[in-house]
Write a protein that binds this ligand. Structure first.
Ligand code: CA2
Length: 165
């Protein structure tokens, strides 16, 4: 089965409790439930985690090198600051979709720059919680087009070359 790791960055655990005019009233649990429901429909296994700590996110990304076919990440404020998260994503080379609830390009200038976008397959910003399900559908189509099969993940099971057995 295709496996996707979904990562939520700092403060996203507060969704629905504050700043509703920017981030809406949907809680993180409700977002996670909609991701899980779509994943089941698509026959994808999702592992969903949230952390306020940059290092923990980096560790989870590194662990995704084996066992996961794709990553969906909302790095929250680390989007605009974290070379460590960017380097981890580049190092693992797992197709990654960057998601933002708000349209970061319409907001303060410091939110316009993403350190993640350059190493991501795609960026989705401004669709609110729907961005996560769009990301999962897009990733699923991308992986299917790549011929990703269950049981072939990361560097432990390298792709066969033309001259391979
Ligand atoms: O729009 C997004 O999804 C962001 O990644 C959200 C981040 C922000 O720093 C990025 O620029 C854009 C902030 C997440 C904090 O979420 C809160 C939710 C409720 C109350 C307070 C913060």
């Amino acid at each position: 089965m295709v496996r996707v790791l979904v990562l939520h960055g700092p403060n996203l655990n507060l969704l629905g409790t504050r700043e509703q005019s920017i981030y809406g009233s949907t809680s993180l649990d409700a977002i996670d439930a909609s991701i899980s429901s779509l994943a089941e429909e698509l026959g994808i296994e999702v592992d969903i985690r949230q952390s306020n700590a940059e290092g923990e996110l980096v560790t989870w990304i590194q662990e995704a090198r084996t066992g996961y076919h794709g990553i969906i990440i909302n790095p929250a404020a680390y989007t605009h600051t974290s070379i460590a998260i960017r380097d981890a994503l580049a190092a693992v080379g797992v197709p990654t979709v960057e998601v933002h609830l708000s349209n970061i390009h319409q907001r303060e200038e410091f939110r316009h720059r993403s350190f993640i976008a350059g190493v991501a397959l795609a960026q989705i910003a401004g669709f609110g919680p729907t961005g996560y399900t769009l990301a999962l559908r897009g990733l699923a189509e991308h992986l299917a087009a790549q011929g990703t099969k269950a049981g072939r993940t990361g560097s432990k099971q390298p792709r066969r070359t033309r001259r391979g057995i």
